[in-house]
Design a protein around this ligand. Sequence first.
Ligand code: GLU
Length: 349
Amino acid sequence: MITVFKQQSISPHRFILSSLSLCVLSLCFLLSAHVEAANRKVNITIGTGGTAGVYYPAGMSLCKFINKNEGRHGIHCTAQTTAGSVENAQKVRTGAFDFAIVQSDVQYYALKGYGPFKKKGPDTKLRSVLSLYPEPFTIIARTDSGIRVLDDLMGKRVNIGNPGSGQRTSMELVMHAKGWKKEAFASAMELTSDEQSAALCTNEIDAMVMTVGHPNPDIKKTLTTCNAILINVDGPVVEHLVKTYPYYSAMSIPGRAYPGSSLSTRTFGVTATLVASAKTPDRVVKELLQALFNNFTDFKFSHPAFFSLVPTEMNEKGLTAPMHTAAKDYFQRAADLTKLLNVKPPPGR
Ligand code: GLU
């Protein structure tokens, strides 16, 4: 009652004045938020891969979600095409990239200073942010090449992957395990993931390799238009690889992933992961994770390789580098992530 009486006693003049001050206050607040965002304006880059792969669309989606709120946080994100995982890890180290998507084995090599990272030594500043989807090592051969099993690659024209890519690392691992040098092939090409499908279709090569998420539109196009097949990567040598190195696991590409075959393809693989540097600011890492999980349904349905993503598993698989402090904080609020478990497809998908 008293409240009602008090409200009724406000003169129209005072009412207009207080409403005006409220408006001015909110305007000031909005303005200061924008000025603050402008003052804190940063451009960030995510290193991805070739446009034929899945890293690029993943990076593009992440940037799209971040840029939606650029007015609030002042962060502008760009997804950069690259040679792949190895170049990405190198550029996170130099500071050229704030984030990058890398294979889990490459993450481990960069952290320890192994293989392609031997010269520079261990990257003690490398940090894990997120685990994404499985990437089976994939071999595709022309049907008329006669390649049906892994050993048939010997004496054939094979694209072993471009330097700087993750598939090159995987292929070198297989070659090493098999005791093959480049001379084992009639020719060992180094085409990028964007070039190799066309080369396979025009019969410049007999087989190509890619460590990549499935299903994948580029591989679907290659399989359906170039008379090509997926080859099993199995046998004792591969079993040994999986047993010896914790960052490789047995994987299969389900038959239903592509039209034309109901049989699944046996192989081994890694996990696609998002990394950053310890120098990548906490607030940038936090905004990236928030942008992803606030738009998780859209992300999940933006590419068929993301369909099986489960938020509660995305802070673990394949992450050997220490977690970035902001990512650790974010994932500790795991309750928020479980809410996203039963995401429904957006209308029309
Ligand atoms: N796994 C590949 C690499 O590390 C890239 C795959 C992709 O672009 O999706 O180079």
